[in-house]
Structures are given as structure tokens and as C-alpha cells.
Design a protein around this ligand. Structure first.
Ligand code: FAD
Length: 317
């Protein structure tokens, strides 16, 4: 089942969520526990994030500095396939430009097709932590629109090697990211919108948004997209706050604003439990309002904070 078909069902708002692959060295049992506990709410699809190699500098006992390349969460494709086969729920692995050549990307897409996975979220990825700006792989893509184009080419059987004889078309449903508060690198919302439109014109089927905490930001974003001629479904991303430090960590990592009312309430909290209650109530109000506005889906950034997500879903669906 392609995600776009679920999103085009105008009868109801569908529910989906996002998981991180286990940290290297861990098994998949925690992931299955999360899915088991959310099955009652009939998730229509499950996203699996991708984490590129990171460069770390380690000081050795003799004082020299050694560069280490580490991938903390490998296994996106394998865990995605395992989930889809175990639960029969479509999975959406994230495919990144950063850290991958075009040919590595093509090989992953071929693997996904063999595994029966036909949904993808196409992203640029962030820069390496030690780089001030995003640096594409020398043989890779600089922006998500180019990655979308590569995936769309496969829909027409257009592989990188044009001399290849057998060219089975690979038909993926493609999602891309949108930023209601603007992507942090974009000089202004207008240019960010132009590039978002390019991703859709390249062939993306739908947009899923970065998390936001003020629904009016999302409604205004949808309106701007429609004015710009973007007609595909735009799925809002919801992040239930569950930890005290997220008051400062979320704006720093995701470059988003927390509304004053929410940050004031969170600032009064002394424990994660108290912050979780504030975060849950906020997310319930947000989700109810979005469902009342007939949004195509609610996409939850669960990231292990399961209890909150369950309670929010119980209150909303
Ligand atoms: P792009 O669409 O390429 O945009 C990046 C910036 O470049 C924007 O400022 C845009 O305005 C500009 N731009 C776009 N196209 C062009 C162009 N052709 N020429 C010039 N400028 C252009 N990161 C991960 O590492 N792993 C994940 O699993 C992951 N999952 C995510 C899921 C969601 C729903 C979202 C919203 C983000 C996710 N990210 C993930 C983070 C994402 O990779 C970063 O936000 C990244 O900085 C931008 O990715 P993008 O696909 O939006 O890039």
C-alpha cells in the first residue's frame, strides 16, 4: 500500500509515527514493543529514520588525535523490512543525500524493491557535525529535489547506467520534508517555498512537516503552499514533549519556536513527569484541532516517549 493512497482517503485523518533504528549493539525488541503498544490505533504507515556516518575525533593516551567514522544507528533498511513483514504495515525508510553517492542510493532502492518496500521519504540530511555547512558526497546529491528526481527516473526504468539492458521500473511513493517555520538555512520563506515546489514538481507525492507547536503556523504554511501551486497532501508532524530539557533542546536541534504559553508552563516544571503532562495536554489540543480541520494525517515523532503518545491517541482518536 502506498502512503499517498492512505492520505487521499478524505473520510478520516490517518495516524503514522516515526521510529529510530536501534543504537548499534542493541537488538530490535524495543522497536517491536513500541509498535505493539500502538497497534490498537491502526497506524497506516511507520517511518524509519536514517543516520549517516559521523566523524568523531578521539584523543589517544599519547595525546594524538585520531579521526573515527562511526554510524551509531545502522540498519534502517533491514529494520524497515522486518517491521513491514512482521506487522504488514507499510514502512517508509528515510533516504538521505548526505553521505551517499548516487550509485549507493540506486543500490538501496533496488534492495527496497526486492524487499517489497515501495514508500520512501527523500531528504537531504544535515551536515556533518564538524562541518559548518552541508557538504554533499562528491558523487551524490546536493539537495533533496535531485534525489527525488533520481527516484522518479526509476519509475520510468531510467537507471544511472543508461546502457543497461534490463530496466525494470521501480515505482516508489515519495514523501519530502516541509518546514512551516522555514528551513534554518533558507534566507527567507519565499526561497524555501520555491525549493519545496521544486521537490514536488520533481515528483514528490506528499509533504510531511517538521514539528511545530502552534497550529496557526501550519495552517499558514498550507495556505502559502496552495498559493504557490503546491497541491499535494501536507501531513503535520506532531512532537509530544516528554522531557524537561526539551524546552531548550528542541529549538536548538530542530530550529523551531515553542509558543510563549507552552514555554512558560514548561519552565514551571521540576521533573520530566511534570513536563510530560504539559507536553501531552498541549499535543492533545494541537491534534484535536488538526483533526477538526480535516488534515490528511497526523505524523507523530514518538522517539521512545511511548506513554505520552498512547495517551494522546486515546484522547484524539
Ligand atoms: P532540501 O529540500 O534539500 O532543503 C535544504 C535547504 O536547501 C533548504 O534551506 C532549502 O530552502 C534549500 N534548497 C532546497 N533545494 C535547493 C536547491 N535546489 N538549490 C539551492 N537551495 C535549495 N535527517 C536525517 O539525517 N535523517 C532522517 O531520518 C531525517 N528525517 C527527517 C524527517 C522529517 C519529516 C524532517 C522534516 C526532517 C528530517 N531530517 C532527517 C532532517 C533533514 O535532513 C534536515 O532538515 C535537512 O537539513 C534538510 O533536508 P531537506 O530534505 O528538507 O533538504
Amino acid at each position: 500500500m502506498k502512503v499517498i493512497n492512505s492520505l487521499k482517503d478524505n473520510e478520516r485523518t490517518v495516524f503514522s509515527f516515526e521510529l529510530l533504528p536501534p543504537l548499534k549493539g542493541n537488538d530490535a525488541s524495543k522497536i517491536y514493543e513500541v509498535i505493539d503498544s500502538l497497534l490498537d490505533f491502526k497506524p497506516q504507515y511507520i517511518n524509519i529514520t536514517t543516520h549517516r556516518d559521523e566523524m568523531l575525533y578521539q584523543e589517544m593516551p599519547d595525546g594524538t588525535i585520531v579521526k573515527k567514522i562511526v554510524r551509531k544507528r545502522p540498519g534502517t533498511v533491514a529494520i524497515a523490512a522486518s517491521i513491514q513483514h512482521k506487522y504488514g504495515i507499510p514502512v517508509v525508510p528515510h533516504i538521505l543525500c548526505g553521505g551517499f553517492s548516487k550509485s549507493e542510493t540506486e543500490h538501496v532502492l533496488i534492495d527496497l524493491n526486492f524487499l517489497g518496500i515501495n514508500n520512501i521519504l527523500a531528504l537531504r540530511g544535515d551536515g556533518n557535525k564538524n562541518d559548518a555547512v552541508f557538504r554533499p558526497d562528491p558523487e551524490g546529491h546536493a539537495h533533496a529535489n535531485e534525489l527525488v528526481q533520481q527516484i522518479v527516473n526509476l519509475r520510468h526504468g531510467k537507471y544511472l547506467d543508461e546502457d543497461m539492458k534490463n530496466r525494470t521500473p521501480l515505482d516508489f511513493c515519495i514523501g519530502v520534508a516541509g518546514y512551516p517555520e522555514k528551513h534554518f538555512e533558507a534566507p527567507n520563506p519565499e526561497s524555501d517555498m520555491e525549493y519545496l515546489k521544486q521537490k514536488v514538481e520533481a515528483g514528490a507525492d506528499y509533504i510531511v512537516t517538521q514539528m511545530f507547536f502552534n497550529n496557526s503556523t501550519y495552517y499558514a504554511f498550507v495556505e502559502r503552499c496552495r498559493k504557490a501551486g503546491i497541491t499535494v497532501p501536507i501531513v503535520p508532524g506532531i512532537k509530544p514533549i516528554g522531557l524537561l530539557n526539551q524546552l531548550t533542546v528542541l529549538p536548538k536541534i530542530f530550529r523551531i519556536d515553542l509558543p510563549h504559553e507552552l514555554s512558560t508552563e514548561l519552565a514551571k516544571c521540576h521533573t520530566n513527569e511534570e513536563a510530560g503532562i504539559v507536553g501531552k495536554e498541549w499535543a492533545i489540543q494541537q491534534a484535536r484541532d488538526l483533526v477538526a480541520h480535516n488534515v490528511p494525517g497526523l505524523h507523530f515523532y514518538t522517539y521512545g516517549l511511548l506513554d505520552n503518545t498512547r495517551k494522546i491517541l486515546e484522547a484524539v482518536f
